[in-house]
Design a protein around this ligand. Structure first.
Ligand SMILES: NC(=O)c1ccc[n+]([C@@H]2O[C@H](COP(=O)([O-])OP(=O)(O)OC[C@H]3O[C@@H](n4cnc5c(N)ncnc54)[C@H](O)[C@@H]3O)[C@@H](O)[C@H]2O)c1
Length: 460
């Protein structure tokens, strides 16, 4: 089968390279010429662990283009993986999707072709896209082209393993079109491929569940899944706040409740809250879909509010210890919204840096991989870059740990803290194993910090 992937971002690239590795001829199409030129040169425009290695192995099956005319007519299956970011109203911005759907429709060639929606799209989008096909496809016939909803569940940072060994594959659409996707995904469904040496099959993993459903249910499954994960994080954060009040430890609490198999420990972590390109926009999109029907979604609204509060709380903790931030030097460790990615979308660090700068602090930031991207995307923020985590801490009045990179876990914290002007550490990811051997004020999330020490104690 010939496959075209429209949109070569975090999802599209992973999908293209994974399908090429499974043996399909894949064309990656993007309107961003710079991206395509980098890919043609064998250079990945994003950071995803192991993806460069898989690209090398699958290179022979991959072509990169900006041309719909060149790639769509020969494709049997076309995956749409363009972005659907949130508008200020909370509703998803569908302009990229609309433009991609139109360009695809205009270039369908009259043979049987399937358009697969991998982008996370509002419920009902497949019907809307069918209208676009009807309007713009020259040889339109209901039995010739069809749309399948195949939502993506990969997580940045572990995208390869998530794609090759998924928990489930969700396929919504008419049976004949879904059957074609079964054929395409047979190597994944049967796990008949040879695992790449650097992404071994997890022990105990057998095969993914396949959920065959309607278009609408498939679209709903994606939103409902993300919203539930977001709820879990906000729930942990809400409990963390109460732990701080009563003197309990959130990690012991989440560990204790997560052992209940009905609850589970994953995503039950307190910290700076969720970020990234998905949870914020998907929870807002679901709430605004409810509004279209006059249906209130108070649980989701609360989860969004708790997440927003969590970011403010981190700065409040800092203010409690430093009092005045004007003229203080604050180090921010981690800029990406989570470790093992360079994705900066809706990253808590962004809001920390913006707020600190507005309060008069001078910010020095460090991230193991996301600094080059931040140079392009965070030009509006005031901060300077440090060469390393320990360089960021040297002479600082406080540090905020914003992303839980392993590199920060491995830092010699006792030595690094000794180089600070005032030893205040706000560990917004509960990354540090406490206590440190040197005297310092360390605040984590959902843990009893004890009475705030005086400045003299903190710098002792
Ligand atoms: N990033 C994730 O972890 C993740 C996980 C699951 C689902 N999703 C969903 O997948 C979709 C894509 O997300 P992403 O993170 O890969 O986005 P992204 O912004 O990284 O990539 C989107 C790509 O589409 C390209 N594009 C935009 N308009 C185009 C057009 N008309 N024709 C061709 N290319 C076009 C852009 O240039 C960009 O390269 C979103 O709907 C997102 O919600 C993302």
């Amino acid at each position: 089968m010939n496959i075209t992937i429209v949109g070569t971002g975090y999802v599209g690239l992973g999908t293209a390279i994974m399908l090429a590795y499974l043996g399909y001829r894949v064309t990656g199409l993007d309107t961003d010429l710079q991206k395509i030129e980098r890919l043609r040169a064998g250079d990945l425009p994003i950071y995803e662990p192991g993806l460069d290695e898989l690209l090398r192995q699958a290179q022979g099956n991959l072509t990169w283009t900006t041309s719909y005319e060149e790639s769509i007519p020969k494709a049997d299956i076309i995956f749409i993986c363009v972005g659907t970011p949130a508008l200020p109203s909370g509703q998803p911005n569908l302009t990229y999707l609309e433009s991609a759907a139109r360009s695809v429709a205009r270039n369908l060639d009259g043979k049987t072709q399937i358009i697969v929606n991998k982008s996370t799209v509002p419920i009902g989008t497949a019907d809307w896209m069918t209208r676009i096909l009807e309007e713009h496809a020259v040889h339109y016939h209901t039995n010739r082209y069809d749309i399948v909803s195949n939502p993506e569940f990969l997580r940045e940072g572990t995208a390869l393993s998530d794609s090759l060994y998924p928990d489930r594959i969700v396929l919504g659409g008419r049976p004949w079109a879904v059957a074609r996707l079964h054929e395409l995904y047979a190597p994944l469904i049967e796990q008949s491929f040879t695992p790449p040496p650097h992404v071994p099959r997890p022990s105990g993993y057998t095969r993914p569940a396949v959920v065959n459903t309607t278009l609408t249910s498939a679209e709903m499954i994606k939103y409902a899944a993300n919203a539930f994960l977001a709820l879990k994080i906000s729930y942990a954060n809400e409990m963390a706040g109460l732990c701080e009040c009563v003197g309990a430890d959130i990690e012991e609490v989440t560990g204790g409740i997560g052992l209940d198999a009905r609850i589970g420990t994953r995503f039950l972590a307190a910290g700076a809250g969720w970020g990234g390109s998905c949870f914020g926009k998907d929870t807002s999109a679901l709430v605004s879909t409810g509004e279209e029907y006059g249906y209130d979604m108070p649980i989701l609204r609360a989860a969004i509010d708790v997440n927003r509060r969590q970011r403010t709380l981190v700065i409040e903790k800092l203010q409690r210890h430093l009092r005045l931030l004007k003229g203080k030097r604050v180090a921010v460790l981690g800029m990406a919204f989570k470790p093992n990615t360079d994705d900066l979308r809706d990253a808590p660090a962004h809001d920390f840096i913006a707020r600190l700068a507005s309060l008069g602090a001078s910010v020095v930031a460090y991230d193991p991989v996301a600094m080059p991207r931040a140079r392009q995307e965070w030009g509006h923020l005031q901060y300077s870059e440090a060469r390393s985590a320990s360089a960021a801490l040297a002479g600082a009045d406080a540090v905020i740990i914003a992303t839980e990179w392993d590199e920060f876990r491995l830092l010699d914290w006792d030595a690094a803290v000794l180089t600070m002007r005032t030893r205040v550490v706000i560990d917004a990811r509960n990354l540090l194993r406490m206590p440190l051997s040197v005297a310092a004020t360390v605040e984590q999330i959902g843990k009893d910090a004890g009475p705030a020490p005086t400045m003299a104690q903190a710098s002792a």
